[in-house]
Write a new protein. Structure first.
Length: 282
């Protein structure tokens, strides 16, 4: 299982310093800690990873968001990766705005300034209101404005009750490849197209081993599932997928073959995961 989220994020925040974000711009006064604010993170459930990892696609960009369980009057670190889908590279510059809304409470807005690195943004949120809220992340740069609506989230009233949130589950039978390595490899990821009621992929997405064909399907932003497929006709660089894929899944269609395969294993044997094998480093 990957290293718990809080340690690498706080280390990165410390290394980059407060210049990476303009914390005075937080409209909710996120860093004006009163005496009633929960601050002591000691004694946390160190062996349970309750962080949330979300991948969300808009027309021209991908958001990969990681954040800690939300607790009223307690810091939660958000780490966002913003990817340009046209050539699968980090989008430079810009800033993110995190909004918690609804649930009968006022909107709470947390805005950072300047990315830590191209495509990588950190923001610390300190929600004041517990309950069911709507989470959205807005990204704005000189060339792009986009909002990712991420649905309902729970802001727990205190840390004790937050332990009722589910532990993070790492997908099984997958290959881990962190987002920065995906950028370096220039992966291109897309959904299949529908042509005459058949799913179609570029032929470059389909690989063959021991007379079986397979593709790499994204399963949680940094995990890829090698999956057997049955193919049909090939025409003008496109190939139909008869079984093994649904229309709403994202598939690696270009590059990344070396990173997503292991010469010591069949393409259908995934790399094992343990506590030390797939941390998220920066």
């Amino acid at each position: 299982m990957p290293t718990y989220l809080i340690a690498p994020l706080l280390l990165l925040l410390a290394l980059t310093g407060c210049s990476s974000t303009d914390h005075d711009s937080h409209e909710s006064g996120a860093h004006d800690h009163g005496d009633d604010m929960e601050h002591d993170h000691s004694g946390d459930d160190e062996h349970v990873d309750r962080s949330t990892h979300i991948v969300n696609f808009n027309d021209n960009n991908e958001l990969f968001l990681q954040y800690e369980t939300l607790v009223a009057k307690r810091d939660s670190v958000f780490l966002a990766h913003i990817t340009d889908l046209s050539h699968y590279t980090p989008i430079p510059g810009g800033f993110i705005t995190i909004t918690l809304s609804g649930g009968g409470a006022p909107d709470e807005i947390f805005t950072g300034k300047r990315p830590v690195r191209d495509g990588i943004h950190i923001e610390v949120a300190l929600p004041q209101h517990s309950g069911e809220r709507q989470l959205s992340v807005h990204f704005e740069s000189d060339t792009m404005q986009t909002t990712h609506d991420l649905g309902k989230v729970t802001v727990y009233p205190d840390y004790t009750s937050s332990k009722n949130s589910a532990a993070r589950i790492v997908p099984e039978n997958t290959i881990y490849l962190e987002k920065e390595a995906q950028w370096k490899a220039r992966l291109i990821i897309q959904r299949p197209t529908i042509n005459q009621q058949q799913l179609t992929l570029p032929a470059s997405a389909v690989h063959q081993s021991d007379n079986e064909k397979f593709i790499h399907v994204m399963n949680g932003a940094e995990f890829f599932e090698p999956r057997k497929v049955t193919t049909g006709k090939r025409h003008h660089g496109q190939i139909t997928i008869q079984s093994g894929l649904t229309a709403d899944e994202y598939v690696v269609i270009k590059e990344g073959s070396a990173q997503l395969s292991d010469d010591k294993h069949s393409p259908f044997e995934t790399k094992g995961h343990n506590d030390d094998q797939s941390p998220h480093h920066h």
